[in-house]
Write a protein that binds this ligand. Sequence first.
Ligand code: RNT
Ligand code: ZN
Length: 413
Amino acid sequence: MSEIYEYAKQQYAAIGIDTEAAIEKLLATRISIHCWQGDDVNGFEGASELSGGIQATGNYPGKARNAEELMADIDKLLSLVPGIHKINLHASYAITDEPVSRDKLEPKHFEKWVEFAKARNLGLDINPTLFSHPMADDGLTLSHPDEKVRRFWIDHCKAMRKVGEYFGKELGITCVNNIWIPDGYKEVPADRFGPRLRLKAALDEILSEEIDSKYLVDTVESKVFGIGVESYTVGSHEFYLNYAATGKAVCLLDNGHYHPTEVVSDKIPSMLAFYDKVALHVTRGVRWDSDHVVVFDDELKEIAKEIVRCNALDKVIIGLDYFDASINRVAAWVTGVRNMQKALLFALLLPHEQLKAYQDSGDFTHMLAMSEEYKFYPYTIVWDEVCKRAGVPVREGWVAEIDKYEKEVLSLR
Ligand code: RNT
Ligand code: ZN
């Protein structure tokens, strides 16, 4: 153990914090890393453009063009972040010889991913893909007025639950199946009720098959608006919050999906007062749901603090969701994952009991003064120790690795 880590350890011990326990907890926390940062949400179906009101802007060279390249990039990413994680897939990343219609996808079309995950001790999560597809051309899927369109997407979502169950069984790690739909209207609609009733019925049918929660957890992701669907979103926060109250699915909160002054950190304890589980898509919206790379900002720290002080590391399912095509994509990935972990470590190193006691006794002077002082405690030294123990580059050491990878691999694509 380095002298400098010993120093940090003592500083924290003096305020009742065990850095060893914090390191252990951090390294035991799997982050669900989204595969789609590697290829701008393209997938392997030869999609010509991203639809559904989301956008990856930029044209940085070197994006992964197939499964082999994406897997190689994931390997590079995993070598640069501490801990063991989960990879979050979309249906559009199925690996098939011939094109397979999304409503006909089966576990066998994801065998290669299971093989990949097994060899690396990873978990796998899944998302049905209800965008970038001719059947979603008008931006409507599960709430579509046409029964045939709804049928296609219902069957797709059912198929993906079976894939998720297969992941859970094969890997022994519960798979999260997240349903996000782009459905909404550009103009103020004439009917807000009908689409929501159709969505509710569709979800009921999709989720009607009992699947052991040891293998699969279903989540539903709400949104406030998307590009081209500015006036109305079928799957709003209230819609899914109430849907989750039926016990059929778990809410997934994406912090890019709320009004600008509304924060997910504050929603976490509200959710935990009623639910055993809540899922997150951690992202960074700049002026809108822009899905910028996650940085070590105040809201990220606040989210991590809520997870830790609610003692909910096993209740809050942490997933990432950003896609930046304007910089080296692997660097973007690594930056966000490491920041999520840094924020969790920062939160694990705070004396929450003491700060709560100040609040409960009405001593807001100490609550504020001490919270501010703790921001300058040596958590960066503990982070270096985490990286050392996990055998990944310390501090900016990983950036040189990316430069090398760009030169030797990405620039040849
Ligand atoms: C879109 C949602 C959704 C997607 C991914 C690709 O606004 O955040 O989670 O980003 O499914
Ligand atoms: Zn999301």
